[in-house]
Structure formats: structure tokens, C-alpha cells
Design a protein around this ligand. Structure first.
Ligand SMILES: Cc1cc2nc3c(=O)[nH]c(=O)nc-3n(C[C@H](O)[C@H](O)[C@H](O)COP(=O)(O)OP(=O)(O)OC[C@H]3O[C@@H](n4cnc5c(N)ncnc54)[C@H](O)[C@@H]3O)c2cc1C
Ligand SMILES: *[C@@H]1O[C@H](CO)[C@@H](O)[C@H](O)[C@H]1NC(C)=O
Ligand SMILES: *[C@@H]1O[C@H](CO)[C@@H](O)[C@H](O)[C@H]1NC(C)=O
Ligand SMILES: *[C@@H]1O[C@H](CO)[C@@H](O)[C@H](O)[C@H]1NC(C)=O
Ligand SMILES: *[C@@H]1O[C@H](CO)[C@@H](O)[C@H](O)[C@H]1NC(C)=O
Ligand SMILES: *[C@@H]1O[C@H](CO)[C@@H](O)[C@H](O)[C@H]1NC(C)=O
Ligand SMILES: *[C@@H]1O[C@H](CO)[C@@H](O)[C@H](O)[C@H]1NC(C)=O
Ligand SMILES: *[C@@H]1O[C@H](CO)[C@@H](O)[C@H](O)[C@H]1NC(C)=O
Length: 494
């Protein structure tokens, strides 16, 4: 058990029960005595505490008084039991990329950092893998790739494997196999009362863990389906446009790509809007990514309609599955993987298709709010169009994830250096206005929100679906497994 305070570093033998100095309370020594030899406790004022509690977004983020780094599954339940005895709030950290503002309701307590629960163990039959609760996406992808295997993970390399899965989990391979959560066949979970449980399809909690999972426990490991990787190769074409083309681009996207949710399984199209004054000083550019599996250059059927629109640049590339994150700016070394001290709220909405008129209206507002020397000029508007066959193959009622019927995941990410409440409010207004433009353009009253991208001020219906039965089922699970609401910082049901 390693314990680090501001004053000094000790190596404690289990059961040593040392009294701490520095800025940690004495009571953490009692906990330390119960933990395994590989666990660590980091107290404020140390570099380890600083690094261990840093987050991707600093807007309305949780505040903690200690970082506990369990070395084993047993350390997780010891820590939960300890926190409960002391009446301390606790929260799991994996990739620390969660940014929903409800996290700010945690104003003190215990961080349980899962970074040491990182492992990928492929079963002898090659059909499943056991994945540790704190494993990052890239670790999963790389370990499987080395064995000729693959599974669905989130696309961003530094986000955890479990973080996306708890809310559903979108990824490059969802068109083949479904969401990240759809791959999981059993969960090892530490429940609110500190009990460790294995949850499978025979348990009522299995349903809730697949879409509202943040509400029910700390997942220490899962068993997930894996597949032989085709090693077929992937290609991308990146077309960058100036903003004046916005309407025609998204009309073409509807016609040639999304096709009302019938996009081919091997095609993915994303786009980003962002400021790049050296390419276009007048306003954000539109970067359109068309990605295709199994080819060395993207089929002209998909690219020609966009080339015909008159891009500022066209850049093809080809490689393997492992190149996708780098091509789309979300690899381990890309900006979104750095913890730069910025506020990063998103304002997501799921859509069926693009409305070219609404896209233009949104573009004008986004450009107006972010161009030039605006405090928000590093913002990014994301349009994610994955293929959907695997997601649709599972009936909507089978998981707490409610939005299998939608085709596009869209969100402005309003990035800025924090400078007080007024700027926070301004960011929220811009984000919410942008989202409202798209909701209006959808012609629908309902707003479907991916809980893993949520801003935090949305309703339970927005996060978990408007079917009454869904919220009743979630409430019943919450009442059964977490009646005291200990897991109520991330998209809380109650
Ligand atoms: C750059 C970027 C790229 C992203 N890409 C994708 C993507 O491709 N697909 C996608 O679906 N989502 C994506 N997301 C959203 C992502 O799903 C959420 O941000 C998610 O919460 C991040 O998980 P984390 O472990 O990194 O963050 P954390 O902040 O560590 O975790 C978020 C919350 O999840 C809970 N939690 C985490 N681990 C566990 C666990 N083991 N057991 C129980 N609870 C746990 C906790 O409540 C925690 O507060 C992306 C986000 C960012 C910022
Ligand atoms: C990704 O980067 C983080 C630090 O930013 C590092 O801790 C992690 O090991 C890297 N993961 C891989 C698989 O390279
Ligand atoms: C890709 O673009 C087409 C239209 O060109 C659109 O129909 C489809 O939804 C898009 N897919 C994604 C994943 O954005
Ligand atoms: C689009 O798909 C939905 C169901 O997926 C269907 O109800 C609708 O009629 C389709 N619209 C068009 C224009 O094909
Ligand atoms: C553009 O921004 C200015 C101030 O920055 C504001 O007065 C104006 O109403 C905005 N226009 C639009 C279309 O949002
Ligand atoms: C954002 O504005 C700052 C000045 O406030 C400027 O230095 C920077 O280059 C701008 N960045 C972009 C991407 O426009
Ligand atoms: C597209 O959006 C505009 C602006 O909100 C709206 O007037 C129009 O009805 C929408 N079109 C469709 C097909 O929903
Ligand atoms: C913990 O909660 C679970 C789920 O409600 C319950 O089955 C179990 O008996 C509880 N354990 C203890 C020790 O109270």
C-alpha cells in the first residue's frame, strides 16, 4: 500500500494503521491498513493527487479530498465500505473525460481511481475477453489487435472502455456488432453497499447497466464479446469546405450517405466545424470525413458528390483500423486527450437526418459566436454518422439505452479557458441555442440526448427516453440497488 501525503512518502505494510500527517485525514490510514500492497492513497498537495484528480473538462467538475487507487477488486469494495462508514461521498474515475455538469454536485469525498484495474485477457476459445474496469480504449484495441481480434470500443483512445459502455457506447465497429454495451455478457460490480456482485442477463440490473450504468455501481471488470479482426484495412477522404457551402453539403450527406439510416455498414461519415483562420479567415471551416472499411481509397460513389461541391482541399489516406483515431483527431497524442484546464461542455442531440436549412442557421450562430478572437474560438461542432446495422439489430426495449432509432449524433463542444460564471452562462446559452435550432429543424418535440455527451441541465426523459416504462424501471432498480443515492453524480436517476 503506497500512501503519499504532502509531507512525505511511506510504504505501509497492510495492517500498519499509520497516522497521517499532511492534508489527509487520519482516517485514511485505517483504510490503508485494509488495502492490498499495490493500492495507493494520494493526499492533496502532492503531484500524485494533482495528476490523479485532473480532468478533461474543468466546468462544474467534482471536488475530492483524497485519491484512492485500488490495486485489486477487493480494494474497491473495501474503499466503498469505508466511505459509507464515514459518510463520505465517493466517485469512480477512469479516463476522467466525463464532463456532465451534474458531476459538480460532488463537493467533497473520495475519488476511486480505477487506473490500476487495467487489463485485457482473451479467453482460450477466443470469443470473449475479460477487461478491467479502468482499462482505456486504446489498451483494449491494441491488445486485441495484437491477437488478431477486435471489438466495439469508443473511438477516442484516451477515454476509458467502461465510461462509454455505461451510457451505451458508440464506436467505429457498431455497424457490425452494436454498441459497446451490447458486447458485454457479464459485469463484476461493487454495489452501493460495498457488496461485489457478478451481473449477467439473468439479473434485473443487467438491463440498467446498459445505458444508465453510472447510477448503479462501480464496475471492476467485464466479460465482453470479441471477434476475429478482418485486418482488411480502412480508407478515409477528408474534404475541407468553407462555411458558405453548409446547406449543399448536408443536403448531399442526406442523399448520398445517411440515406435515412440505411448507410452501408462499411461507411462512416463524420464532420467537424472549427476555426482555422489560415484556411478560411471568414469563419469556421467544415471538415467532412468519409471513412470506408475494406478499401484502400474511399469509393467515388460516396466522395464524388462532395468533391463536386468544391472543397478547399481533399486529402485521401489509407491504413488500418488503428489509424482511425489519428485521422479524426482523437488519438492519444491529439488535443482532446490532453488535460489542458479548459471548460468543455457539449450540448448533444440525436437526429434522424440533416435539415440543410437548420444546419445553415446553426452554422451562422456558431460562426458568429466563435470566430475571430472570441473566448470560444477553439470550439468544435461535431456531427457523427456511424453505420447502424448492429445497433438496430437489438430491440430497443432490451437495454436502458433508449435511442437505437436515431441516425446521427450531433453536438457543439464549446471550449474555453474558464473565467467565471458570466462566461459559463454565455457558453451554455450558445450551446443550448445551437441545439434548439437543430431540434426545431428535426420537426420533433422530443429532444434525444446521449447521456455521455450531455451538458447536465437536460431532463431524465432526455437522457433515458420518454417511454414511461423506462423511467419506472430505472427508478425501481435505483430503489433496489442504491436507495441512498450514492451513485448520483453522473446523469442521476434520483
Ligand atoms: C474526446 C472525447 C471523445 C469521446 N468519444 C466517445 C466515443 O467515441 N464514443 C462514446 O460513446 N463516447 C465518447 N465520449 C463520451 C464518453 O463516453 C464519456 O465522456 C465518458 O463518461 C468518459 O468516460 P471516462 O472513463 O473517460 O471518464 P470518467 O470521468 O472517468 O468517467 C465518467 C463517469 O463514468 C462513471 N464510471 C467510469 N468508470 C466507471 C466504472 N468502471 N464503473 C462505474 N462507473 C464508472 C463515473 O460515474 C464517472 O463519473 C467521448 C468523450 C470525449 C471527451
Ligand atoms: C495514452 O496516454 C496516456 C497519457 O496521456 C498514458 O497514460 C497511456 O498509457 C497512453 N495509452 C497508450 C495505450 O498508449
Ligand atoms: C453520411 O452522409 C450521408 C449523406 O451523405 C448521410 O445520409 C449519413 O447519415 C451520413 N452518415 C453519417 C454517419 O454521418
Ligand atoms: C425513414 O425511416 C423511417 C423509419 O426508419 C421511416 O418511418 C420513414 O418513412 C423513412 N423516411 C423516408 C423519407 O424514407
Ligand atoms: C452575432 O453576434 C453579435 C454580437 O457578438 C450579436 O449582436 C448578433 O445578434 C449575432 N448574430 C447572430 C445571427 O447570432
Ligand atoms: C483565438 O483568439 C485568440 C485571441 O483571443 C488568438 O490568439 C487565437 O489565435 C484565436 N484562435 C483561433 C483558432 O482563431
Ligand atoms: C427544417 O428546418 C426549418 C427551420 O427550423 C423548418 O422550418 C423546416 O420545417 C425543417 N424541415 C423539415 C423537413 O423538417
Ligand atoms: C447489498 O445490496 C444488495 C442489492 O440490494 C443486496 O442483495 C445485498 O444483500 C446487500 N448486502 C449487504 C451486506 O447488505
Amino acid at each position: 500500500m503506497k500512501l503519499i501525503t504532502a509531507v512525505s512518502t511511506w510504504s505501509l505494510a497492510a495492517g500498519a494503521g499509520t497516522v497521517l500527517s499532511g492534508t489527509c485525514k487520519d482516517e485514511y490510514a485505517q483504510l490503508g491498513a485494509k488495502l492490498s500492497s499495490t493500492a495507493a492513497i494520494y493526499c492533496p498537495g502532492t503531484a500524485e493527487f494533482q495528476a490523479g484528480s485532473a480532468r478533461w473538462s474543468v466546468l462544474s467538475s467534482p471536488r475530492v479530498n483524497v485519491v484512492i487507487v485500488p490495486g485489486t477488486e477487493g480494494d474497491v469494495f473495501e474503499t466503498v465500505q469505508f466511505a459509507n462508514e464515514k459518510g463520505l461521498p465517493f466517485l469512480a474515475y477512469s479516463g476522467a473525460h466525463g464532463s456532465i455538469t451534474t458531476l459538480g454536485r460532488m463537493d467533497h469525498g473520495v475519488e476511486i481511481s480505477l487506473s490500476q484495474l487495467s487489463s485485457v485477457t482473451i479467453a482460450p476459445d477466443g470469443r470473449t475477453a475479460e477487461i478491467g474496469g479502468g482499462t482505456l480504449s486504446k489498451t483494449v484495441t491494441d491488445a486485441l489487435w495484437a491477437a488478431g481480434k477486435q471489438t466495439v470500443t469508443g473511438t477516442c483512445e484516451c477515454v476509458s472502455y467502461l465510461g462509454p459502455a455505461l451510457g451505451g457506447g458508440h464506436g467505429w465497429l457498431q455497424g457490425h456488432y452494436g454498441l459497446v454495451a451490447d458486447q458485454i455478457i457479464s459485469y463484476n460490480v461493487v454495489l452501493a453497499n460495498g457488496t461485489l456482485r457478478t451481473v449477467t442477463d439473468k439479473d434485473d440490473l443487467f438491463w440498467g447497466l446498459k445505458g444508465a450504468g453510472h447510477n448503479f455501481g462501480i464496475v471492476t471488470s467485464v466479460v465482453s464479446k470479441i471477434y476475429g479482426s478482418s485486418q482488411k484495412g480502412w480508407a478515409i477522404e477528408t474534404l475541407v469546405f468553407s462555411g458558405e457551402k453548409v446547406e449543399v453539403i448536408y443536403a448531399a450527406a442526406n442523399e448520398h450517405l445517411t440515406k435515412n439510416g440505411t448507410q452501408p455498414v462499411d461507411v462512416i461519415n463524420w464532420s467537424y466545424w472549427y476555426n482555422d483562420p489560415s484556411t478560411d479567415p471568414n469563419g469556421p471551416v467544415i471538415a467532412f470525413y468519409i471513412i470506408q472499411e475494406g478499401v484502400t481509397s474511399v469509393d467515388q460513389i460516396y466522395t464524388q458528390p462532395f468533391r463536386d461541391i468544391g472543397p478547399l482541399s481533399v486529402q485521401p489516406a489509407s491504413g488500418t483500423y488503428q489509424d482511425l483515431a489519428g485521422w479524426t483527431g482523437i488519438s492519444n497524442s491529439s488535443t482532446p486527450c490532453q488535460k489542458a484546464g479548459t471548460a468543455n461542455p457539449r450540448f448533444p442531440i440525436y437526429l434522424r437526418e440533416y435539415n440543410a436549412t437548420a444546419q445553415k442557421e446553426a452554422y451562422e450562430l456558431f460562426a458568429n459566436a466563435t470566430r475571430g478572437d472570441s473566448a470560444f474560438n477553439n470550439s468544435l461542432f461535431m456531427f457523427e454518422g456511424y453505420s447502424l446495422q448492429g445497433v438496430r439489430a437489438i430491440a430497443s426495449r432490451e437495454t436502458a439505452f433508449a435511442y437505437r432509432g436515431d441516425n446521427l449524433l450531433v453536438a457543439p463542444l464549446i471550449t474555453y479557458a474558464p473565467a467565471g460564471k458570466t462566461l459559463d452562462k454565455e457558453a451554455a446559452q450558445i450551446g443550448n441555442r445551437l441545439r434548439e435550432i437543430l431540434r426545431k429543424g428535426s420537426g420533433k418535440k422530443e429532444m434525444h440526448v446521449y447521456v455521455n455527451y450531455a451538458y447536465g441541465d437536460e431532463t431524465l426523459e432526455n437522457w433515458y427516453g420518454s417511454g414511461k416504462w423506462r423511467l419506472e424501471r430505472l427508478a425501481a432498480l435505483k430503489n433496489r440497488y442504491d436507495p441512498q443515492g450514492r451513485f448520483s453524480f453522473y446523469g442521476p436517476i434520483a
